[in-house]
Design a protein around this ligand. Structure first.
Ligand code: F6R
Length: 609
């Protein structure tokens, strides 16, 4: 969380840095700030709220900067306020710095600085400690001071700093938080991700493991934590600068929901062989015998990506007959995992930067497991560190709530399932039938999107309720978790995803006419059982919105509203059904006037624990 950006070069720093900051806003948006050098002095501007607010203020104040750094914040320590916004400074404002991450020992360091050095702190942040600590070591050699200070930091950090004695450089340090340097012609950039400066340069160097970089227009020097200078290869970005406008849509979230037919096609493109009824995943650079030798699969992910993994677990066990364990990364990373030989790890992450998934993945690699990542972000930490990374190709997802990234993850997981299943028990004809159903998905999703007016009308009718249940069985259980998450995060309504068969073990006590149930019926294998569960809800005056396939009968008596989706295989039904739940959540949130693209308290990339 938090996006940081820096620029050193001859161009207008303010414009470049603010543009870069806009592109990083998905990482946090509760406050933003910029600082730079002008006529030998550090000048800054900080505002609560979005980058737009900062930009307005900077323009009105006519701020001009030579070298500049900036940050858009997602608060961890200290509430969103002007004083807690970054950059932070030392006491005599000789340096300014921005930070992404958490300094876990900041309390100890703060006490040390207050008691031993007499420092007065202005903010409640952990970051301010870094500024004072560097200053306390500074005796004319800024690099040395930074190195001594970061040696005392515990936690994760990506830092960019400027010092008034070194007007043509930015010092950048990264440890377990992403930071990348972009090298241009007589100019250089520092940012939390490559998209922020991709319009200016494609030549990049990723920093990691406490590396310290001295970034200036003419050269880049990188040192390890013991101050040995190291050579790092520059990498050439292959990404194109993608369109990040809303087009004709009112919100990015809605645009991204509508992009799903294309995102699904992109996820499948050149990744299957119809004649053999199997998948071809070129990025999966494992030997055939390694794939054949997989005895168990461990899936790690967070949030929506975890839901994709949960659905995949049902699919892989059923189709490829490989036992699968699905773990929430933030829980898993603090277990002492048993990683038996033959375990293959699948790490799923839209951003490829989620701190918990990254840490869990590193631990599993250290234990000798092979890791396949499924990521949407090119060049992300996870994509680079995994043994293989299958790109989602969903295009940038700007809305904080994940939509098209989720369905494209499901498509890739279905292809992976097919590949593993065909190497085991699945015959060619079943493989071909599976592929045929996969190929139908873009059109099926289009059909769901055509029903938006019907879904919107239902959403408006139910938008005033404060509690919802999302129920399903089989594949529809994890799909119900995703439906509930989407509703709660964008509309702030309390929504529970639950296995329908579990309701009678407690939660049915919550059912009354004020608590509607969204019933996900697409798991045909358990449809009759689900109908009984729905009748139990009806008998308690619960209202039911059913999402059912066209050929599913028997709902008319029990459901108050029905939304139909095209018939598909149970293992693929989560995709059209999810598109309905996304639209339902979107229109409910819209009716309630919520901030759909940037819900409160959230950020798109969760780079802190
Ligand atoms: C919900 C959502 C989050 C993310 C989660 C993991 O709509 O977007 O729950 O899925 O933060 O993010 P990634 O996939 O980037 O690891």
């Amino acid at each position: 969380m938090c996006g940081i950006f820096g620029y050193v070069g001859a161009k207008n720093s303010v414009d470049i840095v603010l543009n870069g900051l806009h592109r990083l806003e998905y990482r946090g948006y509760d406050s933003a700030g910029i600082a730079g050098l002008h006529q030998g002095k550090i000048v800054d501007c900080k505002e609560v709220g979005k980058v737009d607010t900062l930009e307005k203020e900077v323009k009105e104040a006519g701020i001009v900067l030579d070298v500049a750094i900036a940050q858009t914040r997602w608060a961890t320590h200290g509430k969103p306020s002007q004083v807690n916004a970054h950059p932070h400074f030392d006491e005599n404002r000789s340096l300014a710095l921005v930070h992404n991450g958490i300094i876990e020992n900041h309390e100890v360091l703060k006490r040390y600085l207050q008691e031993e050095k007499g420092v007065t702190f202005l903010s409640e942040t952990d970051t301010e400690v870094i500024a004072h600590l560097i200053s306390s070591y500074y005796e004319g050699d800024i690099l040395n001071a930074v190195q001594q200070a970061v040696a005392r930091l515990e936690g994760s950090y990506a830092i960019a700093l400027i010092h008034r004695d070194f007007p043509d450089q930015i010092i950048a340090v990264a440890h377990e938080s992403p930071l990348v340097v972009g090298i241009g012609r007589k100019e250089a950039f520092v940012a939390s991700d490559t998209h922020a400066f991709a319009a200016h340069t494609r030549e990049v160097v990723f920093l990691s493991n406490s590396e310290i970089a001295v970034v200036s227009p003419e050269k880049l020097e990188i040192f390890d934590s013991s101050m040995e200078q190291i050579e790092k290869q520059t990498e050439q970005l292959s990404i194109v600068v993608e369109d990040v406008s809303k087009g004709k849509f009112e919100h990015f979230t809605l645009k991204e929901i509508y992009e799903q037919p294309q995102a699904i096609r992109n996820a499948m493109l050149s990744r299957y062989l119809e004649d053999y009824g199997t998948a071809v995943l070129e990025e999966l650079n494992f030997e055939t015998h390694e794939l054949q030798g997989i005895e168990r699969i461990l899936i790690i992910a967070c949030g929506t990506s975890w839901h994709a993994g949960y659905i995949a677990a049902y699919m892989i066990e059923e189709k490829a007959r490989i036992p699968v364990q699905v773990e929430i990364s933030s829980e898993f990373r603090y277990k002492n995992p048993i990683v038996q030989p033959g375990t293959c790890v699948i790490a799923i992450s839209q951003s490829g930067e989620t701190a918990d998934t990254l840490a869990a993945m590193r631990e599993l690699k250290a234990k000798g497991a092979k890791v396949i990542a499924i990521c949407n972000s090119h060049g992300s930490s996870m994509a680079r560190e995994a043994d293989a990374c299958i790109a989602q190709r969903a295009g940038p997802e700007i809305g904080v709530a994940s939509t098209k990234a989720f369905t494209s993850q499901l498509v890739i997981l279905a292809l992976l399932t097919l590949l593993l299943a065909r190497m085991r028990h699945m015959d060619k004809h079943e493989g071909q039938a599976f592929l045929e159903n996969l190929q139908k998905l873009p059109d099926q999703v289009k059909k769901v999107l055509e029903q938006a007016p019907h879904i919107e009308a239902i959403a408006r009718q139910y938008a005033h309720h404060e509690n919802f249940f999302f129920l399903g069985r089989g594949y529809m259980f994890p799909t119900s978790l995703e439906g509930a998450l989407k509703l709660k995060e964008i509309s702030y309504i309390n929504a529970n995803g639950y296995p329908a068969g579990e309701m009678k073990h407690g939660p049915i006590a919550l059912i009354n006419e004020e608590c509607p149930t969204v019933a996900l019926c697409g798991n045909k294998a358990t449809y009759d059982k689900l109908l009984s569960n729905l009748n139990e809800i009806k008998a308690r005056n619960g209202k039911i919105i059913a999402i059912a396939e066209e050929s599913q009968k028997g709902l008319e008596k029990v459901a108050d509203a029905i939304i139909r989706v095209p018939d598909s295989l149970d293992e693929l039904a989560s995709i059209p059904t999810t598109v309905v739940t996304q639209l339902l959540a979107y229109y409910i949130a819209h009716a309630r006037g919520a901030n759909i693209d940037q819900p409160r308290n959230l950020a798109k990339s969760v780079t802190v624990e």
